[in-house]
Design a protein around this ligand. Structure first.
Ligand SMILES: Cc1cc2nc3c(=O)[nH]c(=O)nc-3n(C[C@H](O)[C@H](O)[C@H](O)COP(=O)(O)OP(=O)(O)OC[C@H]3O[C@@H](n4cnc5c(N)ncnc54)[C@H](O)[C@@H]3O)c2cc1C
Length: 469
């Protein structure tokens, strides 16, 4: 008897993780459709001889285990490299000058008061206002925008000078509309539980220190890991381990219809019958695809906006840069009026990115508030990024190489009400037998969350296709 066929649309990390799990089950035949000429989606590594330039993601968080576990399962454990332990600090641009982010400042708030109080980033008034967090009455943990939460608890200064750029770098979102519940719910919970974010962070630090003190010498992973040869190591390995004939490149899914048992998937080159369908593309691309399957689901999917970003890799000789680059990189508050959102010191962050005597930097541009910048001509993007980097890092002369990479509509915006929208989408999708959704549009943007979403979609489909006992 032939095995059920599952079509997975989208060959980014979410679709690949899903197809991998499905193929490993041995219970179904898998076809993965990818419209681009390569797999990986926004995961893209460019090798310049022995240098490693990351166009998309450059590292992943290990506190969410799914990406690390998958890498280990694929035999890539020896390829994993941590960020340089000696340099675990970063900078923020303050009045045109790079200042270290105060030690212990955790995304939105300080975990240690002394470095925060010593920092030149904030005025005395701003510091006193932040300390008011210890006294202000608590709210009940209901959702709120990032801007409203930080301004209310820690004051406008902490928001404008540090929290906004730290978060803009991660979510490339407008903090006035970014849902805290959907992105960093721990802060709402901290307020609800401890009545103060600072007090909660202190308590958490004490617990962590205690846990660390008790921990034996067993292997502990660094907070961020990457792959020695670049992030595409993961997506290439996933694609390579799929059975021959699974992946169809350059094939765009254009629509789908429900059939008596399953789906008919319409592509740019053929029609494919499938018993189950996993849609692992950004929600705005999934919406038209599923219009004929379920119009309401399609409408809801169309309500999750996605912003465009660009990265610019800049390779230089070390002597061209006067800044000591003694950190991971810097973030830029919007009040500084710069073109770049953030910049990683890639060759300091990870080993083997550039040659001895060279420096590799990577700037971020665009995001929800500056999407138009991503549409500028590539040489204009490069020119404006270089102008900022020259000013901030003291760069002389022309770079050895500049690589501009654009990612239109790639960053989902988790706006206020996002979790309710996702719950409605999931509820609607559940009503269509054999359908599953995966990807970064729903419950997490980072690669570990994307891996988990792909694996969950595979499990859901396998459950539905399993013969009744
Ligand atoms: C510049 C940048 C930097 C990032 N940095 C980090 C980081 O350092 N760490 C981290 O954890 N996360 C990072 N992220 C987030 C993370 O990389 C992404 O959320 C994740 O890789 C998305 O994977 P995905 O498979 O869900 O989507 P995508 O990568 O967007 O893949 C979707 C795929 O579907 C294909 N497709 C779309 N429509 C169709 C169709 N109709 N038919 C067939 N194929 C179709 C597309 O071509 C694409 O290949 C970053 C993201 C960006 C853009």
């Amino acid at each position: 008897m032939s095995r059920p066929r599952v079509v997975v649309v989208g060959g980014g990390v979410s679709g690949l993780a899903c197809a991998h799990r499905l193929a490993r089950s041995g219970e179904v035949d898998v076809r993965l459709l990818e419209s681009a000429p390569r797999t990986g989606g926004v995961v893209a590594t460019t090798l310049l001889e022995d240098r490693v330039l990351e166009e998309g993601p450059d590292s992943f968080l290990t506190t969410k285990p799914w990406a690390r576990e998958l890498a280990c399962e694929l035999g890539l454990e020896s390829e994993l490299v941590p960020t340089d332990a000696a340099l675990r600090r970063s900078f923020v641009l303050a009045r045109g000058k790079l200042e270290p982010v105060p030690e212990g400042f955790h995304l939105l708030a300080p975990t240690s008061l002394a470095p925060f109080l010593r920092s030149p980033i904030f005025s005395l008034r701003g510091k006193l206002r932040a300390a008011l967090d210890l006294l202000l009455p608590r709210r009940d943990g209901a959702d709120e925008s990032l801007e409203s939460f930080v301004s209310r608890r820690l004051g406008r200064e902490v928001f404008l000078r540090l929290a906004e750029p730290m978060v803009a770098g991660i979510y490339t979102a407008d903090p006035a509309t970014l849902s805290l519940r959907a992105t960093m719910p721990q802060f709402l919970d901290m307020e609800a539980e401890h009545g103060s974010v600072i007090r909660a962070l202190w308590a958490r630090r004490r617990t962590k220190e205690a846990a660390r003190a008790h921990e034996a010498s067993g292997a502990r992973y660094a907070l961020f890991l990457t792959f020695r040869g670049g992030f595409a190591t993961l997506t290439d390995a996933l694609a390579a381990r799929l059975p021959a004939g699974t992946v169809s490149l350059g094939v765009e899914a254009r629509g789908a219809r429900r059939e008596a048992a399953g789906f008919r998937v319409l592509t740019s080159s053929e029609e494919i019958l499938a018993d189950a369908l996993v849609v692992a593309v950004p929600a705005p691309r999934a919406a038209p695809l599923l219009r004929e399957v379920d119009a309401e689901l399609s409408r809801l999917l169309g309500m999750i906006p996605h912003a465009s970003v660009a990265t610019v890799n800049v390779l230089l000789r070390r002597e061209q840069v006067s800044h000591p680059l003694d950190g991971m990189g810097f973030v830029v508050p919007s009040r500084e009026g710069r073109f770049v959102l953030a910049c990683s010191f890639s060759s300091r962050k990870f080993p083997g990115r550039a040659r001895e005597g060279e420096v590799l930097l990577r700037a971020f541009v665009g995001g929800a508030r500056h999407e138009e910048r991503v549409e500028l001509p590539q040489d204009e993007i490069a020119r404006r990024v270089l102008a900022d980097l020259r000013d901030v890092l003291g760069i002389a002369g022309e770079p050895l190489r500049v690589l501009v990479s654009r990612f239109p509509g790639s960053m989902p915006q988790y706006l206020l009400g996002h979790l309710e929208r996702v719950a409605a989408i999931e509820e609607r999708a559940r009503r269509v037998p054999g359908l599953a959704l995966a990807g970064n549009s729903y419950r997490g943007v980072g690669v570990p969350d994307c891996v988990r979403s792909g694996e969950e979609a595979a499990r859901s489909v396998l459950r539905q296709l399993a013969p009744a006992p």
